[in-house]
Design a protein around this ligand. Structure first.
Ligand code: FAD
Ligand code: 2HG
Ligand code: ZN
Length: 472
């Protein structure tokens, strides 16, 4: 039983029909836990509207009945933002049936898509018109544009193109009372007051439901070169990115750091992966150069940059991909880390950021304190070093009971976040707060910022029905 009144059920059914309403426990299951099974919830039902008007109608009905809504896209989020609480009274509103590409405007270099479009489908749609949609992340085969917007997703191309916030020109949003705000403007310049769309980006579904977006398109990439580079330290990585940027400018489109521990997990668990270097090294970066020109001399540029770095002792070894298959194999080493870490038992995920220049000192100081206080924890540090964004993840020490590690989790997170704060960093650079970091945000965010955020929430969602228990 859904626990909702028969009248509400009937009214919701009248809006979305059989295809848009799930109450069967078995069919609801996949909507009620996350990718890692780290969060589980219960729900009165799952609603799957197929248009903005249907979203608006169901939101209005829920608003009138005082029923809380948990928006959900591909359910690939890593902090429990799309999972309902345990009460069984909330409704999951899945956008996955809203998957239309509404329009492409080549003259304006924009594409208008619905929130349920899978990111990979959007990339393909851009490629079909000879353009690039640059957001790129490991979950791109499942995550949706709505989820990308609601979490202000980052990924591996932020270095060159920015994160989701930078890729949006307009939004359509269903407000918590069911009104539709049509902000689907394709304008690059609009100084007529507050930029309201930015409020909904990164709001994790707490202010309204994003139903469509106007997104920027970019020139297609026609040349690409990729290298796997071994380094002695994160300090060398920071120096190398500075030099490569100077040499390559905007052609530097990827620069991902990985510790040896991260690579070892991948080599152990991801089928078909192998170490590109003959010897083991403490750190690696994956470097990508790209250009819109066919046959741009990227390999020569990369060889020049790496040659100079070798002379200055910044790098220990390097492998430049010589085929598309090798490019894919190198990226598989990077993109396989999340999956590989899942095979190593319970883990704690962190997506912190500090100024790029502070990355080496942050890693040094945090490693040292962690290993002093929690001997044996396995530190899986990797990420988007050019954005100052590290996934400073922790896997359970070998031979420790899960329960013992769980009992230490709060203290481990506290140590990492205290260290992040000491380096003037952020406790979430890309995944958002969700349920996982909501409490921590209260400790580390400026009280005035929190007060302003609460007053925005109060203005837009006074009844507190949009994704309660998340973010704030
Ligand atoms: P969901 O998980 O369904 O939802 C995420 C949040 O957005 C929830 O709070 C939900 O309520 C809200 N939401 C969803 N749709 C809407 C909507 N239409 N309107 C309002 N609110 C909505 N993230 C990165 O930033 N960078 C990465 O490199 C990255 N790599 C990943 C790799 C793997 C293997 C995995 C599993 C995840 C990764 N993620 C990464 C996290 C995740 O994929 C992204 O946060 C993604 O943007 C979430 O999209 P989704 O559609 O799955 O959203
Ligand atoms: C990545 O950069 C993602 O690979 C996922 O943001 C990070 O799984 C993680 O902790
Ligand atoms: Zn990431």
């Amino acid at each position: 039983m859904s626990g909702l009144s028969a009248a509400l059920l009937q009214a919701l059914h009248a809006v979305v029909g059989d295809a848009g309403l799930i109450t069967d426990a078995e069919r609801m299951r996949s909507y009620l836990s996350d990718w890692r099974n780290a969060y589980q919830g219960r729900a009165a039902m799952v609603l799957r509207p197929a248009s903005s008007e249907e979203v608006a109608a169901v939101v209005r009905l829920c608003h009138e009945a005082g029923v809380a809504i948990v928006p959900q896209g591909g359910n690939t989020g890593l902090c429990g933002g799309s999972i309902p609480d345990a009460s069984g009274t909330q409704v999951v509103l899945s956008l996955t049936r809203m998957a239309r590409i509404r329009a492409v405007d080549i003259g304006n270099e924009t594409i208008t898509v619905e929130a349920g479009v899978i990111l990979q489908r959007l990339q393909e749609a851009a490629a079909e018109v000879g353009r690039l949609f640059p957001l790129s992340l490991g979950a791109e085969g499942s995550c949706t544009v709505g989820g990308n917007l609601a979490t202000n997703a980052g990924g591996t191309a932020v270095l060159r193109y920015g994160n989701m916030r930078d890729l949006v020109l307009g939004l359509e949003v269903v407000l918590p009372d069911g009104r539709i705000w049509n902000g689907l403007r394709g304008l690059r310049k609009d100084n007529t007051g507050y930029d309201l769309k930015q409020l909904f980006i990164g709001a994790e579904g707490t202010l309204g439901i994003i139903t469509a977006a106007v997104l920027k398109l970019f020139p297609a990439v026609r040349s690409l070169t990729t290298a796997w580079v071994a380094l002695p330290s994160p300090q060398a990585a920071v120096e190398l990115i500075g030099q490569m940027r100077g040499l390559c400018g905007d052609r530097l489109s990827g620069f991902e750091l990985m510790s040896r521990q991260s690579l070892e997990f991948v080599l152990r668990h991801v089928v078909g992966c192998s170490d590109p270097c003959a010897e083991e090294h403490p750190w690696y970066v994956l470097i990508e150069l790209s250009d819109t020109q066919v046959d741009a001399p990227l390999s020569a540029l990369l060889e020049q940059g790496l040659g100079e770095a070798l002379e200055h002792g910044l790098i220990l070894d390097a492998v430049i991909a010589s085929s598309e298959a090798q490019v894919a194999a190198l990226w598989a080493l990077r993109e396989g880390i999340s999956e590989a870490q899942n095979h190593e038992g319970p883990s704690l995920k962190h997506d912190i950021s500090v100024p790029v220049s502070s990355i080496p000192a942050f890693i040094d100081a945090t490693d040292r304190r962690l290993l002093e206080d929690f001997p044996g924890v396995r530190i899986v540090a990797y990420g988007h070093v050019g954005d100052g964004n590290l996934h400073y993840n922790i896997s359970k020490p070998l031979g420790t009971e899960d329960a013992v590690f769980k009992a230490q989790s709060e203290a481990i997170m506290r140590l990492i976040y205290d260290s992040t704060a000491a380096f003037d960093g952020s406790i979430s650079a890309e995944h958002g707060l969700g349920q996982a970091k909501r409490e921590a945000a209260r400790r580390y965010k400026d009280p005035l910022e929190l007060e302003l955020m609460r007053s925005i929430k109060q203005t837009l969602d006074p009844a507190g029905l949009m994704n309660p228990g998340k973010l704030l």
